[in-house]
Design a protein. Structure first.
Length: 99
């Protein structure tokens, strides 16, 4: 269970940085359905399979949002740094930047 949770965390954070929410929701649904089937094939009860799948689904969603937030924050800081560099150059040259 720990290995699958670590994989879910890594995939979800990476997905938060790359794909849209609706695409992630579809991906997460199919992944958790497959995970539930694997749990059932190992001999667990239906209730245990559903509960385990829902736990990992919630973990996936939280990690997706964390990845989305972190990537967005990183992008904003990069744009701010680029904007400040352009402003510093314009003060040094005395010319205004284009665009």
């Amino acid at each position: 269970m720990l290995k699958s949770a670590l994989i879910v965390v890594a995939v979800s954070i990476a997905a938060g940085a790359t794909i849209r929410a609706w695409a992630f929701a579809i991906f997460a649904f199919f992944l958790m359905a497959a995970f539930g089937v694997v749990i059932l094939l190992k001999g667990s009860s239906l209730t245990e399979g559903i509960v385990s799948s829902l736990k990992l689904l919630v973990l996936m969603e939280i990690c997706y949002l964390a990845g989305l937030f972190a990537f967005s924050l990183w992008g904003h800081s990069q744009r701010r740094r680029k904007k400040n560099a352009i402003a510093d150059r314009s003060h040094a040259t005395g010319k205004r930047p284009h665009g």
